[in-house]
Ligand binder design. Structure first.
Ligand code: ADP
Ligand code: ZN
Length: 216
């Protein structure tokens, strides 16, 4: 069992936050809170928030801090987060981290650990531009590194695989630049709090084993 279970995953786009979260969720009753997934769902349902976010996301820009922090706070307030949670893709700015700290304090949910998945840019871009997701169940594949058995079809549910519009080379490069400029200061922020765990492995199973060992 994981002892430390109130977690943040930090990493550039393509670092594997979603993939590693997926493996951990199969084994532990953690709640997965991905701001990217919540925003994509808002876009799909064509809500007011979705319409606002769509243009920003298409360019690889960040959605305003207060908006994402409000979404996360509402989700963290739910009872099932008692079992622990993985914040994936949030916080992404120092201001978001401050807003999160306030929310966690109010909710009485202390943060245990921040896992930083550190991956070279070249590999990140290769991964992003070859990434595919399942329309039906959200499983993640990669044409180069983690292909589905049958091209274009999800192994888990038979759903159709597609490329996210923001995984084009141009937008992926923008998102990397945004990560270094706006998100990477969080690495030092959490290191100063003694909460940072930096992992440089790139193999999925190896990463999961390291996380289980370090958070036990
Ligand atoms: P990735 O980690 O692969 O970049 P995400 O699915 O986490 O992908 O995010 C996709 C997009 O959603 C981001 O480029 C950004 O526009 C928006 N977004 C997601 N999370 C946040 C956040 N915490 N703050 C601001 N914008 C966000
Ligand atoms: Zn599927």
């Amino acid at each position: 069992m994981l002892k430390q279970k109130n977690l943040i995953f930090i990493g550039a786009p393509g670092a594997g936050k979603g993939t590693i979260s997926g493996v951990l969720l199969e084994k532990y009753p953690l709640v997965h809170i991905s701001t990217g997934d919540i925003l994509r769902d808002e876009i799909k349902r064509d809500t007011e928030l979705g319409r606002q976010a769509a243009g920003l996301m298409k360019d690889g820009k960040l959605v305003p801090d207060e908006v994402v922090a409000g979404m996360v706070r509402a989700r963290l307030a739910q009872k099932d987060c008692d079992n622990g949670f993985i914040l994936d893709g949030f916080p992404r700015t120092v201001n978001q981290a401050d807003l999160l700290a306030a929310a966690l304090k109010d909710l009485g949910r202390p943060l245990d650990r921040v896992v930083y998945l550190k991956v070279d840019d070249e590999l990140l871009l290769q991964r992003l531009t070859a990434r595919q997701g399942c329309r039906k169940c959200g499983a993640i594949y990669n044409k180069l590194f983690m292909p589905s058995k049958k091209p274009g079809v999800c192994d888990a549910c038979g759903g159709e695989l597609f490329q996210r519009p923001d995984d084009s080379l141009e937008t992926a490069k923008n998102r990397l630049a945004v990560f270094y400029k706006q998100t990477s200061p969080l690495i030092e922020y959490y290191d100063r709090q003694g909460k940072l765990l930096t992992l440089t492995a790139t193999d999925k199973d190896e990463l999961v084993a390291l996380i289980e060992k370090e958070l036990a």
